[in-house]
Ligand binder design. Structure first.
Ligand SMILES: [Zn+2]
Length: 284
């Protein structure tokens, strides 16, 4: 018998139900948020687990009017279509579908979401913030009343998110962090993990962490000379559990693509497998 889902009061207007899909990549599981009491928006309904679906319906108590999705990865959006069909809720999210291998293809919206668009109810205003980086169709959301940022997979509690080229992009990721800094948030409600206080501090730490990693990529290129992602991986991510290196390959690729655009590295050979492509440093 599965454990009954817990509904946590996250902030005055927000409740959280964590999906039972915990793993190395999803932490304690995907956070599904219910925003509002009278008319409820469900943010990131999560993976298609029956117990999770029933927990959302019970907590929504017949008041679910919108299903909002930060991005279309399989741990975030698969329950959206089913929930909308059952409740008549409007689906809100980006129409763009990136080509990475972790996509939920069941998510379809009739209309594209735009940066700055607001969902307004008598109780709350939820503002869409375009935040590409992790993937190209990622949105974060700002809840004005509770000054809370819903960060999806842009910012996680306790780990660094993977950047998934070609739609995911390291420079976009850093630019999106700067965009998030302009909102007067007092907390971050991440797609995985617990409430993160002091958003400014965590954003600053994440930016420095990415730039530190970029320096490690440059020093690996310098030290090892021409090579592939698979050659550089154990050196650049020597501080990361090898179990996570499968995913770190994508972020390393994103770093190299950024260095290519910055005129600091170049590809020496192409391959259908991105991690077999050759790279080298461009001498200053
Ligand atoms: Zn994701």
């Amino acid at each position: 018998m599965t454990e009954p889902a817990t509904v946590d009061q996250f902030s005055p207007l927000v409740r959280r139900i964590a999906a039972p899909n915990g793993s190395a990549m999803t932490g304690p599981g995907t956070n599904t948020f219910l925003i509002g009491r009278d008319r409820v928006a469900v943010l990131d309904p999560g993976p298609d687990y029956e117990s999770h679906y029933q927990a959302i319906l019970a907590a929504g108590a017949g008041r679910i009017h919108w299903v909002v999705v930060t991005h279309t990865h399989k741990d975030h959006s698969p329950l959206a279509a089913r929930l909308a069909a059952e409740t008549g809720a409007e689906l809100i999210g980006c129409m763009l579908r990136p080509s990475d291998e972790f996509q939920d293809t069941s998510f379809q919206v009739a209309r594209d979401l735009e940066h700055g668009e607001c969902l307004r109810t008598p109780e709350f205003t939820l503002e869409a913030i375009f935040c590409p980086g992790h993937v190209g169709n990622h949105f974060c959301f700002y809840l004005h009343q509770d000054r809370l940022l819903f960060s999806g997979d842009h910012i996680m509690d306790g780990s660094t998110v993977v950047i998934l080229p070609p739609s995911g992009d390291m420079k976009d990721y850093l630019d999106s962090l700067s965009r998030l800094e302009t909102y007067p948030a007092v907390g971050i409600a991440p797609g995985h993990g617990n409430l993160i206080p002091e958003p400014g501090k965590v954003i600053d730490t994440l930016r420095r962490h990415r730039l530190m990693r970029e320096q490690k990529v440059l020093s690996a290129l310098r030290k090892l000379g021409a090579g592939t992602i698979l050659d550089y991986l154990p050196v650049v991510y020597d501080d990361v559990d090898p179990k996570l290196h499968f995913y770190a390959r994508f972020s390393l690729w994103a770093h190299l693509l950024k260095l290519e655009r910055d005129g600091l590295a170049r590809r020496t050979s192409r391959d259908v497998e991105f991690d077999h492509e050759g790279w080298e440093l461009i001498a200053a």
